[in-house]
Design a protein around this ligand. Sequence first.
Ligand SMILES: NC(=O)c1ccc[n+]([C@@H]2O[C@H](COP(=O)([O-])OP(=O)(O)OC[C@H]3O[C@@H](n4cnc5c(N)ncnc54)[C@H](OP(=O)(O)O)[C@@H]3O)[C@@H](O)[C@H]2O)c1
Length: 250
Amino acid sequence: MDLLNNKTAVITGGNSGIGYATAADFLAKGAKVLITGRKPEAVQQAAAALGGVDSFIADQGKTGDAQKLAAYVRDRYGKIDILFVNAGVAAIEPFTSVTEESFDTVMDINLKGAFFTVQHLLPLINEGGTIILLSSVNAYSGMPGASVYSASKAGLNSLGRTLSRELADRKIRVNVVNPGPVATPILEKAGVPKEAIDAERLAKVLPVGRIGQPEEIARLVSFLASDDASFITGAEYNIDGGINVHPLIG
Ligand SMILES: NC(=O)c1ccc[n+]([C@@H]2O[C@H](COP(=O)([O-])OP(=O)(O)OC[C@H]3O[C@@H](n4cnc5c(N)ncnc54)[C@H](OP(=O)(O)O)[C@@H]3O)[C@@H](O)[C@H]2O)c1
């Protein structure tokens, strides 16, 4: 219950999926929580359902919004302890079909937006605070159709490593979480029809025999955000039901 007592957290993309589950977990563990999102109605609904969280409308694809978010956080909280950069979009598109526009859409949110969200909020993070970047096992896989998405996530893993060194003087820990397939609406939002998402086939490839639940990712994020993880920085965690382990035979 007390794992995150007296900590203030900002979660980007907190109205759905992993961000929403993490907001609930942070709250249950005693943190003060601010969620962001780009759709006012969805964000307000999520905040109401969570109960007791603050919310702010900010599109992670617009660096101006990161500045506005930072101004809001400064005025309202002064300082924060936890920044969970979770907002992201998926894109499934063959390499040859990728346009400059579709490339920019994904990169602007997943990588550029994440980068400048951290940069604008950084002055507000307390010494001893922590940043967690939500990447994906795609950062290391060669999944067909995921060239832009995977590259955007690989950029985040790189950023996490660099920041863990650059922010060490301020005792800010920076870690990256790489989930495997998790039951959230992200693929449907990316236009992948529900019937094309073969969860059963996917589950068979996973040693645990099922895809993940957002709450399972949330618990790892809460641990990394807590002082129990005080010796952990510059690290990445696969949380993927074992999908990253490919048997050569069998
Ligand atoms: N689900 C998986 O299998 C999986 C696996 C590995 C990594 N991930 C990563 O996990 C993170 C969370 O995704 P999820 O699976 O929980 O999907 P989700 O339910 O769609 O949640 C994504 C969240 O990010 C928000 N978001 C997207 N673009 C945004 C923008 N421009 N500005 C502000 N908020 C924005 C979404 O808001 P809207 O509702 O407005 O879209 C939503 O709140 C993403 O970074 C994703 O890449 C997911």
